[in-house]
Design a protein around this ligand. Structure first.
Ligand code: PMV
Length: 330
C-alpha cells in the first residue's frame, strides 16, 4: 500500500475526564459528542529517511515537522512505534496531519489528532482487523495518552469507560449521529495555543484537594447524561454539562500550581449564556482545557445562537458542529 488517508472528528465531552491514574488510565468515565466541523485528516506513507516523521499543516497551509519537545509530541511518536510493534512492521513512516480548526486551543485537537494518527498507522501497517473492531481500536487509541481520542473512534454520542486494567477502558457508542440534532456552536475567543496542554494538566489533577470531591459528586451525573442523550433532553444534558465544566475547572484552579484556562472572553460568553437563557433561549455552555466556549443548543436555535454570540466583542468567530461519524478511511 503506498499511502492511507483517514479523517477523525474532535469531540466535546458533556462529562469530562481530568486526571490519570498511575497506570495512565482516566480517573473517571466520560461522555461526548463528535464534532462535524472539527476534523483532522491524516495521511500515512513510507518515510524516505530511516526515522518516523510527523508533519502538521496549520490553518494557513504552512507545514512543519512535529518536534519531540513536549509530552504530547513525544507520545505521538511513541504511538507510531507502539502500533508498528503490534503489526511487526519494520519500516519507517511519514505521517502528515491537517486540522480544519484551531489546534491546541481547547477544541480537542488532540482527540481528533491522536485518533487519526493511530488509525492511519493501524491501516498502513495492515492491522485492518483492529481498525474494523472499534472497541479494540478505541483501546489502542487510548494508549496514546489522549483518552479523549478514543471517543473519536465511534459515531455520534460516545462513552469512554474506565476500569482497573487497560482492557477495561474502552469507548462505546451510546447513540448514532442521527439520533438527535444537537448542535455545538463553538464561540472562539482565542485561537492561540493554550500554555499548558492537557497531557501536563492531567498530572497536576492529583495535587488538587478538590479532585476526590469531584470524582464523588460526578458519579450521579454520568447516569443523568446517558439518560439525557437517550431521551433527547436538552435541559438535563445542558445543566449537567455546565456543572461538569465548573467542577473540572475547580480541580484545575485548585491544583498546584493552579491552571486557569478561562479568560475575560470566556467569562463574558458564560454571562451571555445565562442572560439569553433567562430570556427564553435554550443554550448551555461547556468548556474544555482552553478559553473557548462550546454552546450547546438544538438545531432549531442554531442561527439565533450564532447571531447573538457573534455580537459579543470577545468572539472572533463561531464554528457550528453536529454529531457526525467517527474515524473514517478515505
Ligand atoms: O484526552 P486529553 O489528554 O487530550 O484530555 C482531554 C481533557 C478534556 O478535553 C479537558 C476533557 C475531555 O474529556 O475531553
Amino acid at each position: 500500500m503506498s499511502m492511507v488517508t483517514v479523517t477523525a472528528p474532535a469531540n466535546i465531552a458533556f462529562i469530562k475526564y481530568w486526571g490519570n491514574s498511575k497506570n495512565n488510565l482516566p480517573l473517571n468515565p466520560s461522555i461526548s459528542m463528535t464534532l462535524s466541523s472539527c476534523v483532522t485528516t491524516t495521511t500515512v506513507s513510507s518515510a524516505e529517511k530511516e526515522e518516523d516523521l510527523i508533519f502538521i499543516e496549520n490553518e494557513g497551509g504552512e507545514v512543519s515537522e512535529l518536534k519531540k519537545d513536549s509530552i504530547k509530541n513525544i507520545k505521538a511518536y511513541e504511538q507510531i512505534e507502539r502500533v508498528k510493534n503490534i503489526a511487526g512492521f519494520k519500516g519507517f513512516l511519514t505521517v502528515s496531519s491537517k486540522n480544519s480548526f484551531p489546534s491546541m486551543a481547547g477544541i480537542a485537537s488532540s482527540a481528533s489528532g491522536f485518533c487519526a494518527l493511530t488509525s492511519g498507522v493501524v491501516l498502513f501497517t495492515g492491522l485492518n482487523n483492529i481498525f474494523n473492531d472499534k472497541k479494540e481500536l478505541s483501546k489502542l487509541v487510548r494508549l496514546s495518552g489522549s483518552a479523549s481520542a478514543s471517543r473519536s473512534v465511534h459515531n455520534g454520542f460516545v462513552e469512554l469507560k474506565t476500569g482497573k486494567s487497560e482492557d477495561e477502558s474502552f469507548a462505546v457508542e451510546i447513540a448514532p449521529p442521527d439520533h438527535w440534532s444537537l448542535c455545538d456552536v463553538i464561540a472562539v475567543v482565542s485561537s492561540k495555543s493554550k500554555k499548558t496542554p492537557s497531557s501536563e494538566g492531567h498530572l497536576l489533577a492529583l495535587t488538587s484537594p478538590y479532585l476526590k470531591t469531584r470524582i464523588h459528586e460526578m458519579q450521579k451525573r454520568i447516569g443523568l447524561v446517558r439518560e439525557a442523550i437517550l431521551n433527547r433532553d436538552l435541559e438535563k444534558i445542558g445543566i449537567c454539562a455546565e456543572q461538569d465544566t465548573i467542577s473540572m475547572h475547580a480541580v484545575m484552579m485548585t491544583s498546584i500550581p493552579p491552571l486557569y484556562y478561562f479568560t475575560e472572553g470566556t467569562m463574558s460568553v458564560i454571562h451571555q449564556v445565562f442572560k439569553l437563557r433567562s430570556s427564553g433561549l435554550a443554550v448551555y455552555f461547556s468548556i474544555d482545557a482552553g478559553a473557548n466556549v462550546h454552546l450547546i443548543c438544538e438545531k432549531k436555535d442554531e442561527k439565533k445562537v450564532v447571531e447573538e454570540f457573534s455580537r459579543n466583542e470577545f468572539v472572533e468567530k463561531t464554528i457550528v458542529n453536529y454529531p457526525c461519524p467517527g474515524v473514517c478511511q478515505l
